[in-house]
Design a protein around this ligand. Structure first.
Ligand code: M6R
Length: 614
């Protein structure tokens, strides 16, 4: 979503803010803006530009403005079209207060009406501008800034993280956080502020994450932190271990490609981590050994790719631990009647650990006192802080908006966890546990070698051929059905092609009517012999109707190989690990199709990396 960045200190703020925004631009990139206070007279100076950050940078080169205190923003629009007026920062009537904001002010229309009736003039269609005008009113009626902010947060409904820069308080920035992350990097008489610490990694090694429902009034050498009632809060400082240098593209044309190729390493790192924590895994997850032994079911919630990983994970849990596993789309689950499952645990699966729907579903679960565990890639994320326990994928920062390496890392954890639970329940022994870990390392190698086997074909001919197709159908069965959903999602996101996904058994209940020679049907096989036979029948149904079949099939599955128009052959692998083996190849093919079509691969239109609004 939107990113906010700020700086107060002894250096000029512009270069830090632009660099911070550049690092976080993958989270939202409709438009960008910057504001600072003029060092001579504390006048508020600002610049905004529609489109990528580079447009703002060009503007700032022509009309340079800078100061020692400033704020910046990249936008992912929610209220109001993508225009310069709607780009942040937003101002009060006199343009002495400026705001950059991530989140949504849910009661903005009611507040705006009141403010307009009182004579305020609005310049944008955003919800953010309401904050500036409301603060303008409150600063007139309150003696202190702190009191005005307390009153302000009581009036605002929704989820937000915003920064305030004011002419009348020239040496400070106000930070306000409710359900959207915000943190401060602490330097030597300087503070770096951002919605994600990646913005200031390398500039500061100490970070303070604002607690939920808190605000801070900061100066270069001072942080005052309060809860929404105005009680002072302790400032908890943590070591910041992330490094920006590691997030470069390292010779690859896109972050997506770099991240696809990192998957073998990521699976290895994740298995290493899991091996290390194996004895304390239940402590990590915030449950006791007894609770683990007595689990009667396993629940998972997530969105997008994380939901697909969880849906594949369901097969791991049910087949390996022999207990039912339920997977819920977080955005639906939150608003459904809730029936707590007895002796269960709820795993919130999320790369970012910040996705609003998953986070809110997790918070809803906590009101029912059921154990929640965050499975995420970001140790400093809100989910890790709020869940009863957590497990971390070791994918490293995922910069491309489309998720690739986080997906295989999630599958790795879920496969491992299913075995670890089976071990705890006495269903497998130590030797089998060891083998499961080794199998993950084997499949990591296969994931990479499958890509290598087909890389030339894909880049030189296959991607070109399928880039011509406008519509696609994706099919799978059992664990390969959510995998097919993931493939279809990847194609939609990166190539902007229509990709319909069905469980292959559903074909004859309607979608068969869509089969024609122009619509490639991508089929992902399964190693389960019965499921494979059923899938073969479904492929026959497509073929006899003139469909063009592209099959991702395992080595021994000769019938499917003969039937399909194009095949990608995956070496036989341990049952259930087939989807991991296919992952890199599927992603590479989609990547090359998108590249062939000239899409902005790392930052697809209309999307943002972590969806921190509903
Ligand atoms: O950070 P999360 O895993 O919670 O994000 C969930 C989805 O927003 C995310 O997977 C999204 O679908 C990606 N764009 C998929 O590539």
């Amino acid at each position: 979503m939107c990113s906010v960045v700020g700086y107060v200190g002894k250096r000029s703020c512009r270069s830090f803010i632009l660099e911070g925004l550049r690092r976080l631009e993958y989270r939202g990139y409709d438009s960008a803006g910057f504001a600072c206070l003029c060092p001579r007279d504390s006048r508020l100076l600002y610049a905004k530009a529609v489109g990528r950050l580079e447009n703002l940078e060009k503007k700032l080169k022509k009309e340079p403005i800078d100061g020692y205190v400033g704020i910046g923003h990249t936008r992912w629009s929610t209220h109001g079209a993508v225009t310069e007026h709607n780009a942040h920062p937003h101002f009060d009537c006199n343009k002495t207060i400026s705001i950059v904001h991530n989140g949504i002010i849910e009661n903005c229309y009611a507040l705006k009406r009141q403010l307009e009736e009182a004579g305020h003039v609005f310049f944008s269609a955003t919800d953010t501008e309401v904050i500036a005008h409301q603060l303008e009113v409150l600063l007139l009626s309150h003696v202190t800034l702190k009191k005005a902010i307390i009153d302000l947060v009581n009036k605002l409904e929704g989820a937000y993280a915003f920064l305030v820069l004011m002419e009348n308080y020239p040496d400070c920035i106000v930070l306000v956080r409710k359900r959207s992350p915000l943190c401060i990097g602490i330097g030597d008489d300087e503070l770096f502020i951002a919605s994600d610490p990646l913005a200031f990694a390398g500039n500061s090694s100490k970070v303070c994450f604002l607690p939920d429902e808190s605000f801070a009034i900061v100066k270069a050498d001072q942080i005052e932190l309060y809860d929404f009632k105005g009680h002072a809060l302790p400032i908890k400082v943590q070591e910041l271990t992330i490094d920006w240098v590691n997030q470069e593209r390292k010779g690859h044309e896109h972050f997506m490609l770099k991240e696809i190729y990192e998957q073998k390493e990521v699976i290895h790192a994740t298995v290493d981590f899991l091996r290390q924590i194996s004895n304390e895994v239940w402590q990590y997850m915030g449950i006791t050994q007894e609770t683990a032994q007595s689990l009667k079911s396993f629940n998972m919630i997530g969105c997008g790719t994380s939901y697909h990983a969880a849906s594949i994970g369901k097969f791991f849990f049910e087949k390996i631990t022999k207990i039912p596993a339920y997977v819920h789309l977080a955005s639906e689950f939150r608003y459904m009647p809730f029936f707590p499952s007895e002796n269960s645990v709820y795993l919130a699966v999320s790369q970012s650990g910040e996705t609003a729907d998953t986070l809110e579903a997790m918070r809803m679960l906590q009101t029912h006192h059921v154990p929640t565990v965050a499975l995420t890639n970001v140790a400093s994320s809100t989910m890790v802080r709020e869940a009863d326990g957590f497990l971390l994928t070791q994918a490293g920062y995922e910069i491309a908006v489309v998720s690739t390496k986080a997906f295989s890392a999630q599958l790795t954890v879920l496969y491992w966890l299913a075995h670890r639970l089976a071990l705890e329940k006495g269903l497998i022994n130590q030797q089998q546990m060891h083998m499961a870990q080794e199998d993950l390392l084997v499949v990591a190698q296969l994931l990479e070698s499958c890509m290598e086997n087909y890389r030339m074909d894909i880049t030189h001919s296959v991607a070109k051929e399928y880039a011509q197709s406008q519509n696609f159908i994706f099919l799978g069965r059992h664990e390969s059905y959510p995998f097919a959903q993931e493939a279809a999602l990847k194609l939609k996101e990166t190539a902007y092609r229509y990709a319909l996904c069905y469980s292959a058994g559903e074909l004859k209940h309607g979608p068969l009517a869509l089969i024609d020679v122009k619509t490639p049907v991508f089929v992902f096989s399964s190693q389960d012999p019965l499921i494979y036979q059923k899938l073969l029948g479904n492929v026959q149904e497509v073929k006899v109707r003139g469909g063009h079949v592209v099959a991702f099939t395992f080595e021994h599955q000769k019938e499917l190989q003969l039937l399909a128009d194009r095949v990608f052959i995956i070496p036989d692998v341990k049952p259930l690990l087939g989807t991991i083996a296919m992952t890199g190849l599927m992603q590479l093919l989609v990547y090359e199709i998108a590249k062939e079509l000239g899409r902005p691969i790392d930052k697809p239109r209309n999307l943002a990396k972590s969806v921190t609004v509903e």
